[in-house]
Ligand binder design. Sequence first.
Ligand SMILES: [Zn+2]
Length: 556
Amino acid sequence: MIRWPIVQWHEIPSHRRTTRIEEVGATRLDAKFSHERNRSTRSSLLLPVTHSPEQTIASDRTVRLLDTTLRDGEQAPGVSLSPDEKVEIARSLERAGVSVIEAGSACTGAGERQAISRVTDLDLDARVTSFCRGMRGDIDLALECDVDGVHIVVPASDRHVEGKVGTSREDNLEKTAELVAYAKENDLWVEVIGEDGSRADLDYLEELAESSLDAGADRFCFADTVGHTGPEHTHEAVSRLAELGPVSAHTHDDLGLGVTNALAAVSAGADLVHCTVDGLGERAGNVALEEVAIALSHVYELETLELEELYELAQTVARATGVQLPPNKAVIGENAFTHESGIHTDGTLKDDKMYEPYAPETVGRERRLALGKHTGRAGVAATLEEHGVDAEDDEVAEIANRVTELGDRGRRVTDADLLAIAEDVTGADRERVVDLLDVTATSGGAVPTASVRLDVDGEERVASGTGSGPVDAAVSAVREALGPMADAELESYHVDAVTGGTDAVVTVEVTMARNDRSVTVARSEADITRASVTAMVDALDRLLAADQQPLAPADD
Ligand SMILES: [Zn+2]
């Protein structure tokens, strides 16, 4: 086990701190962070944890999170955010209680400056900043956007000092001090980031931090720019830097050590951690905001964010960036609170805490039971109850067997599969409310158009629609045909190609909700439009049937 020595703020020599900590703009900083100090402590939803006496991060410390999704996150391959998307994400970050929002890099161009200005115009409690390369022009461009502060990025390792910037260690110290003084003259909050700091000579890194702070910088950031280092080195470097003044940590996940290094930095005295939502960022990404927040809260009882906002924030960023949430990711992944295994489901139904470190509601989520190969009787019974289906014990056992068989064939078992099996086993006959008889769609060149023929309660209905593509057009045709009956919401829509060729069979999985009830259906076809429409019509049929023939009420 790694033991990090306990280093807290009070161990920093007071004569060094008083001259440097947040001198300029201290009042503004106080106002910006005041809401954090008043925030209620640990949520009652969190489960009790036992801590070892050698706790390395004290729960009464103040640690803040800086989010750089809008800058470092946007540098992830293929990600580009519009000004509207940046504004929406910034609002979500504010709701989550992030202390500093790095809104972009003002030198990138006029569009980026417009986006940063839109964020500064929101007048958020969070400090809004811009990334600046080590040049005066970048600071001027940041000032145009009316930011509260800047991150001045200067080389720290010899590789960057000599190889990238082509300067010398001495000149770099001098130039950095000049830039800091210039930014401070313009009333900016200033953080100096020593780029590639984890590969820098530690003595030189100290010199760079010291001369930055002497020139008036509010803090210095230890940057593991390429995600190269481990917790021991991070701890040593940050401990030495924290002797000089306030320190931030910027960690990347190339070795999967993003959170570990961030925690090592905090235990060594760093009090501001740079993160991105969903861990977006160049290469393997930055350390994930939600992971740092939950780890500090759950393991160290140190609160940094409004945790219940985290899931919505993650989804907002996923929608805006088009980067899907990995299913197995901590906090935000679809499977993070989903139980399929029979043993786990049974245990969880007996006691919520049995197979979860903390309650899903802590981070704004709900627990889910999934059906599949590993599902046992308890999971099947619970899901049947959710759908208002009554079944005897021996019937539940038979349904569970058939669910396992279906799962054995490598499939996820959807609600619709379960209900079809249950009807078969219990012999409950059911008339379909809606059935798809035919669908045709055209696209290419003109406006995509589709027409559908449905059987609705024995009556044939035909309708057509247009949309952004054939699937969209077909769905609007279905809605047109059903009229007010189609008042269901599409909660999720996933397409998977089963094989990699253009003749691939695709599986479309949809979740639709109506009147507090939701149902998942998957359909596989070679034709994506047909698969999509069939899945949606089947889901609508289930939802409408549930309302028409109220079975035993589900126990909430
Ligand atoms: Zn970075």
